[in-house]
Ligand binder design. Structure first.
Ligand SMILES: [Cu+2]
Length: 337
């Protein structure tokens, strides 16, 4: 009901404004004024209005930045994340400087060069080689710097991980991530989708491969040690999923039928991040960012960055999938042809 009254009031105000303008127009006509042509006074008030508008717009923008600057992601918690953030910031600085200068000039020129007795006709200025050269070369250089900066970061993100990195597999499926640690040998044993059995072998690991015997499968959370390079092999069981670590500024697709990789060094433990965020319940997260089906919204994994000792302690509580299998002991090996 209240809403209806507000709408009616707005409608009446519009009608009122229209009628006022109509009265002004008619009374001017009676007085013999030609209100169809803007005079010097009109141009000055319009020009000032334009300047006022852009000043208000800039104030609003600056307010937005200050108001929401704490609602974006916190400080990057990985080595590549820091570079990624500085690249992002570099872009913002360029965008803001150019935006404020060009927008301010655009509106100022509308005011400065309004029609007046001094400026009765517009100045015809069709071409200037020097100006064109400047506005082509300067943005080209700026873009080249951004692209080279970005490519070097991309190269760092996608190069092969070092040999002493901690190897982890993240297996995505509708709608969760399963974690596999490579165990003592730091080698992820081979696997095949044909061997997948949700109860006994959710990742389809080869039971007769010694590299699989110490591999540890974990559901529900991912623990990683701070300060050590983490090499993640990403796989998907059904459809394409996204593997996105917002706090580490890392993302890669998980594609059925192939492995993709990412690596980074976590630099801030969960406990330290909780202090930074003044939030004792703050957690890192891994989310799927490909729309992969009806349960996509719920596809995420809690990520815990431990100290080295905490990580080892946590790891010691976990058991390999094929615990007890040793060389010369067959168990019930599965052989794939
Ligand atoms: Cu998904």
């Amino acid at each position: 009901m209240m809403k209806l009254i507000i709408y009616i009031a707005i409608g009446l105000i519009v009608v009122l404004l229209y009628q006022l303008m109509r009265i002004y127009q008619l009374s001017s006509e009676i007085k013999g004024k030609n209100i169809g042509v803007a005079n010097e006074k009109d141009n000055l008030s319009q020009g000032r209005g334009v300047m006022l508008f852009v000043a208000g717009f800039f104030i609003f923008l600056i307010w937005l930045i200050i108001r929401f600057k704490n609602d974006i992601l916190p400080v990057a918690a990985s080595d590549v994340g820091k570079t990624s953030d500085s690249l992002f910031m570099f872009n913002w600085v360029i965008i803001f400087i150019v935006f404020f200068i060009t927008t301010a000039l655009l509106f100022y020129f509308a005011y400065r060069y309004r029609k007046s007795a001094k400026n009765p006709t517009a100045y015809f200025y069709p071409h200037n080689d020097k100006l064109e050269l400047i506005w082509t070369v300067v943005p080209s250089i700026a873009l080249a710097v951004i692209v080279i900066y970005g490519l070097s970061l991309w190269g760092k993100m996608t190069e092969k991980a070092s040999s002493n990195a901690l190897n982890i597999q993240l297996y995505a499926k509708q709608f969760d991530f399963t974690v596999r640690y490579a165990g003592k040998d730091n080698k992820l044993g081979p696997s095949s989708y044909k061997l997948i059995d949700d109860a006994s072998n959710p990742l389809g690991m080869y039971q007769d491969s010694a590299a699989c015997w110490d591999d540890i499968v974990v559901h529900g959370e991912l623990h990683i040690p701070v300060g050590r390079e983490i090499n993640i092999q990403c796989n998907a069981r059904d459809v394409m999923h996204g593997m996105y670590f917002p706090h580490f500024r890392e993302q890669i697709n998980c594609v059925p039928g192939m492995s993709t990789f990412m690596h980074f060094v976590p630099t801030i433990t969960t406990d330290s991040m909780r202090l930074i965020m003044h939030d004792t319940a703050y957690d890192y997260i891994l989310v799927c960012n490909r729309v992969c089906g009806a349960g996509h919204y719920n596809m995420f994994l809690k990520v815990v960055v431990d100290t080295k000792d905490e990580f080892e302690k946590w790891m010691a509580t976990k058991h390999p999938q094929f615990e007890g299998m040793k060389h010369g002991q067959s168990g019930t090996p599965v052989t794939m042809k």
